[in-house]
Design a protein around this ligand. Structure first.
Ligand SMILES: [Zn+2]
Length: 441
């Protein structure tokens, strides 16, 4: 393996250096300092002479020496212009580099992406990138990370690029959009947690690809294939405050997404309104404390269990016959249908109280109702603002949280009839309707 790289075959040095790029840069620097920039052409010809190398070594040489050298020359030419053989180095290096990348598409690290772009966009000239690099890059199945790296580093160069007159083809922005779209909308990007989703949205904003991309990301996290299991309660609800703030900061209208998430939560988690019978039982529980006023210890324990506890059964131990009968009398008067009770025949007697299924349902519904109230508070504590944010969902959500039947469908199309979704009336954050429509279709 010694001295396989042609520029290292001349007899001068020993032992052989391992950092070929550093050595090559040193030669370039020396040629410049000696006032012989034309020698750089000789260095280029040696570097690009791969006649002694097999395919793998040739690609390795392109990746580790040719392309980084082109990047170095392209960003450090000392006012004397690029050497005449630069185009040869650039074309040859990039071609071999892309050959390598096409079979190592998951190995595009940040250093490699930067090096590739620096070489392809030497001196800010975009022609080589547009004509020979992008058409091949487009066909390579890069990972989400690789796509993001290319998009963001291309975006950071976007304003400094120059094009030949009459150059045809896609614009740099459309290439960035294409890369970013593949990077954020494909299954390679996670929407499994709030931090993943927010990182993607912030990234889109950073490379100035909002709003289209962000709308696509939001669309994805609301798609039926993603909303499974406890996704609504675990991810979408905790996402709400951050999504709302992100919308305000970036002047993106996210009202539709917020409405949809709240609507989904009411429907799938809270389970909509309570059935009329259950609602009646719920009212019975609420009235219990006002009617069953005995303050003795067994009564207080039984009442607390029925009204506040999330336990399904309780045993009032060793209270004895008189107290057991006393509590049973109150239970049959005020808690009919809410619980059953059994005496436990030991001495002294105990009383076991078991909640009815209806009361258990009410308890779990109440727990969810509290979460729903907290959910709305996380959006706003101002009722008018909440009304604006939730738009057509407001009345329905409020009714559901009060345990009441949903209001009859509004005359305007509701969620789901997306294209006809009315624009948020009076929302101070609302973007132009056209922006909004994009993620509703
Ligand atoms: Zn009592």
């Amino acid at each position: 393996m010694r001295n396989r790289y042609p520029y290292n075959t001349h007899p001068a040095t020993s032992p052989p250096p391992t950092d070929y790029l550093a050595l090559t840069k040193l030669y370039v620097q020396t040629a410049r300092e000696l006032g012989h920039p034309s020698l750089i052409n000789t260095i280029i010809d040696r570097v690009t002479d791969t006649s002694n190398l097999d395919i793998s070594q040739t690609q390795d040489c392109a990746r580790t020496v040719m392309v980084p050298l082109a990047a170095f020359l392209g960003s450090s030419n000392s006012g004397s212009g690029l050497p005449s053989r630069f185009g040869h180095l650039q074309q040859e290096g990039l071609k071999l580099y892309l050959d390598w990348l096409s079979t190592h598409s998951d190995e595009l690290t940040e250093d490699r992406a930067v090096s590739l772009l620096d070489a392809a966009l030497a001196c800010g000239n975009a022609d080589v990138f547009m004509k020979s690099v992008w058409p091949r890059l487009e066909g390579i199945n890069l990972t989400g990370t690789g796509l993001r790296l290319l998009a963001q580093h291309l975006a950071s160069r976007r304003d400094k690029l120059v094009f030949s007159q009459g150059a045809a083809g896609p614009s740099v922005q459309s290439i960035i959009d294409t890369l970013a779209k593949r990077a954020t909308l494909g299954s390679c990007v996670s929407v499994a947690s709030v931090s993943d989703i927010m990182a993607t949205l912030h990234w889109c904003t950073k490379i100035m690809c909002a709003p289209n991309l962000c709308n696509g990301v939001i669309e994805r996290l609301l798609s039926p294939s993603v909303i499974k299991g406890n996704y609504i309660a675990r991810v979408l609800v905790p996402l709400l405050p951050e999504l709302k703030n992100w919308g305000i900061q970036n002047k993106q209208n996210v009202d539709y997404a917020v409405q949809k998430i709240v609507g989904l939560w009411v429907k799938r988690v809270l389970g909509g309104a309570l059935p009329a019978k259950t609602l009646a039982k719920s009212n019975q529980v609420a009235a219990l404390a006002g009617k069953w006023t005995c303050e003795c210890v067994p009564c207080s324990s039984a009442r607390t269990f029925l009204v506040e506890s999330d336990q399904k059964r309780v045993i009032l131990r060793d209270i004895g016959v008189p107290a057991r009968e006393h509590v049973e009398a109150f239970l049959s008067t005020h808690a009919d249908g809410l619980a059953t009770c059994d005496k436990l025949n030991k001495s002294p007697q105990s009383l076991q109280i078991i909640k009815s299924d209806a009361l258990n349902r009410i308890a779990s519904w109440r727990a969810n109702q509290e979460k729903g109230v907290a959910l709305l508070k996380s959006l706003s504590t101002d009722e008018n603002e909440l009304r604006t944010i939730l738009g057509p969902e407001y009345a329905r959500v409020k009714a559901a949280l009060a345990g009441q039947a949903a209001a009859p469908p509004a005359t305007t199309p509701r969620m789901g009839a997306n294209s006809s979704m009315p624009s948020a009336s009076g929302s101070t954050k609302a973007g132009p309707p056209s922006k909004k429509r994009k993620y509703m279709t």
